[in-house]
Design a protein around this ligand. Structure first.
Ligand SMILES: *[C@@H]1O[C@H](CO)[C@@H](O)[C@H](O)[C@H]1NC(C)=O
Ligand SMILES: *[C@@H]1O[C@H](CO)[C@@H](O)[C@H](O)[C@H]1NC(C)=O
Ligand SMILES: *[C@@H]1O[C@H](CO)[C@@H](O)[C@H](O)[C@H]1NC(C)=O
Ligand SMILES: *[C@@H]1O[C@H](CO)[C@@H](O)[C@H](O)[C@H]1NC(C)=O
Ligand SMILES: *[C@@H]1O[C@H](CO)[C@@H](O)[C@H](O)[C@H]1NC(C)=O
Ligand SMILES: *[C@@H]1O[C@H](CO)[C@@H](O)[C@H](O)[C@H]1NC(C)=O
Length: 443
């Protein structure tokens, strides 16, 4: 029998439901909306009359069942659909029984859910997501889902997570544990038999991690993306080298890191390193361990100046963002630095007044933004970097006389100072560099 793709249930199990046969109200996305579905009376008959060739999914606004809308109900629902979404679930226990032939199951708003029990044997489930629940640990029976590829426990109450719990989920590729209360990640150790997991995408954002011993992730050789945003991280380190041969993106934004040393990490394919909104005063040392880095972002930190020297030896670096460091006054390099692929440099919303280009070689750079800074002179970027197409000094305290003298540079489009302005928008003065082309400046 053909099955529809999805069944979306909003369970508001109360009150007396009409017994009459409900009919599909057609909705967007070829959905059949049923106001009521009463499995105690004509529910099955109703489901059987819905044609998979006409509808793509079923949405049930109110479902009436003899018992917990999990377990046996899922097996029955799987006769009609391949994916099931339960919008509101009010029971403390959720059961997935052996023989449940669903490929994807999502349970949203499971505010009372404390236990998830998964039967042993023949469950086809590949994707499982539970949102807003009270689960405080990874269910011990999660290993009964050997085909699972994607798992989320999002906004639940997890605290102490052991990756060893997933040793039987050998196909698990994506694990999302964002918005929990995780403060401890128990590593897989030799006593567990050196288990390795296939996980490639690991989301641990918005938890309570503070001092993270990265050896916790040693058993994940295929990790390609690690999201550690919005924790309380003050330190990340490991006492031995962790090798992630496929790591491409590492995000530690929105933490409390004041230093970062990547001595412990071997990640030859790392492309994006995101460290925004921390307490960094310097670019991390040893970035050369990541020869494929394309993007480095360190906005919203505590830099007092940017020294580009640590970036030397990054042949693929394409984009650098150091914006929104409000105490940052200069860009320079303490040693010669060559960035053969750097295309864009963003250094907006700082207090920059100096860009010393000595020793900085950017052969292909095309755009540099120094908007919203404190420059009173125009750095010689156009001459130093012949490849540059344009650079922005929008909203800097440049003297009006300087703008008049460099009108050609502005009119050619190379120096960007924003669109023409009105004198009333310019608190410190303005000048007209061409007919009806007025710009703010410092009188
Ligand atoms: C499970 O569903 C698939 C279709 O998604 C079907 O091909 C298969 O036969 C079903 N398995 C069982 C045991 O019903
Ligand atoms: C975390 O759980 C493990 C068992 O899974 C236990 O050995 C460890 O002591 C727990 N750690 C904390 C901080 O609760
Ligand atoms: C785990 O790996 C270590 C080093 O790779 C090895 O010495 C040890 O025997 C292994 N343990 C098991 C249980 O396989
Ligand atoms: C990592 O990926 C490779 C290639 O896809 C695969 O052969 C290997 O089994 C994976 N490792 C683990 C621990 O799953
Ligand atoms: C620019 O930087 C170089 C090298 O660090 C230094 O020798 C020079 O004095 C600097 N120039 C200015 C004007 O600060
Ligand atoms: C901008 O530079 C001027 C001197 O040119 C200085 O007085 C002022 O404090 C600077 N502003 C910031 C935010 O650093």
């Amino acid at each position: 029998m053909d099955r529809l793709t999805a069944l979306l249930l909003t369970l508001i199990a109360s009150g007396c439901l009409p017994v009459a046969y409900s009919v599909c109200i057609a909705a967007m996305g070829m959905a059949c909306v049923l106001e009521n579905l009463n499995m105690l009376t004509d529910g099955l008959q109703t489901l059987r009359q819905i044609q998979p060739t006409v509808f793509y999914s079923i949405q049930v606004r109110m479902l009436r069942l003899p018992n917990n809308p999990s377990g046996a109900f899922l097996i029955r629902a799987a006769e009609f659909v391949d994916k099931l979404e339960i919008m509101v679930f009010r029971e403390p226990e959720f059961h997935i029984l052996a023989g449940t032939n669903l490929s994807a199951l999502s349970v949203f708003e499971a505010k009372f859910l404390k236990r998830l029990l998964i039967g042993d044997g023949d469950i086809a489930l590949k994707e499982l997501s539970v949102y807003s629940c009270l689960l405080d640990r990874i269910p011990g029976t999660i290993g009964n889902l050997p085909l699972l590829t994607d798992l989320s426990f999002y906004r639940c109450a997890m605290r102490n997570v052991s990756l060893n719990a997933f040793r039987k989920n050998q196909r698990l590729k994506s694990l999302d544990l964002s918005y929990n209360e995780i403060d401890t990640i128990v590593p897989i150790n030799a006593a567990d038999g050196n288990v390795t997991l296939a996980i490639e995408y690991l989301y641990l954002a918005s938890n309570r991690l503070q001092n993270l011993d990265m050896t916790a992730f040693e058993g994940l050789p295929n990790l390609s993306m690690l999201d550690l945003q919005y924790n309380n991280l003050v330190k990340i380190a490991a006492d031995r080298t962790i090798t992630w041969a496929n790591m491409e993106m590492f995000d530690v934004s929105n933490n409390q890191l004041s230093t970062l040393d990547f001595q412990w990490l071997s990640a030859p394919k790392l492309k994006r390193l995101i460290m925004n909104n921390n307490l960094l005063e310097l670019l991390p040392q040893r970035l050369r361990r990541f020869p494929n880095l394309q993007l480095i972002a360190v906005s919203y930190n505590k830099f007092v100046g940017i020294d580009l020297a640590p970036l030397n030896g990054l042949p693929m670096l394409n984009s650098l963002d150091v914006s929104s460091n409000p105490t940052c006054r200069y860009i320079r390099s303490s040693r010669p630095v060559r960035l053969p692929m750097l295309d864009t440099l963003y250094a907006e919303f700082c207090a920059l007044n100096r860009f010393n280009t000595t020793g900085i070689d950017l052969p292909v750079v095309s755009f540099i933004s120094l908007a919203h800074n404190n420059f009173s002179t125009i750095p010689t970027l156009g001459q130093t970097f012949p490849s540059i197409v344009s650079f922005s000094l929008f909203n800097n305290p440049l003297p009006c006389a300087l703008l008049n003298a460099r009108a050609e540079l502005i009119l050619s489009g190379k120096l960007i100072l924003g669109p023409p302005q009105d004198a009333s928008d310019c608190p410190t003065g303005s000048t007209t560099i061409a007919p009806s082309f007025r710009l703010c400046c410092k009188a």
